[in-house]
Design a protein around this ligand. Sequence first.
Ligand code: RB5
Length: 147
Amino acid sequence: MKIAIGSDHAGFPLKEEIRMHLEETGVEYIDCGVYNTESADYPVQAKITCEKITSGECERGILCCGTGIGICMSANKIKGIRAASCSDYFSAKYTRLHNDANVLCLGARVIGPGAAMELVDVFLSAEFEGGRHARRVNLITELENEN
Ligand code: RB5
């Protein structure tokens, strides 16, 4: 599985920690930037990263900004993206199991790297349960198509 990672300037330090973690654990990734702490707009970075998923080049994504919220709001405007901003293990796991989330958003000013790596690992390993949850995810897609 190939992962797209991206961040704005506030998320950059955490994105770097994640990038190194993916290197260490042998997960293939594309780093969509940013590449330093110069001010950057999170909607722009969300778009660049999420397009790697909607194009099929990557299966899942991880986005970081200061809170994990702005970049998540932006990602969820992109057709085919189901992004979840998480700061606890349970949410990161169940957004895969029940929502088939394809993007995990993290707040670099909210959680430390230790906790973040636990969320990354469970998000990348947990699989969608399907069944009744598939019907609900399909309803999300319907909403997306209607609006
Ligand atoms: C940037 O200062 C900050 O607003 C951004 O990273 C994010 O937290 C927005 O939701």
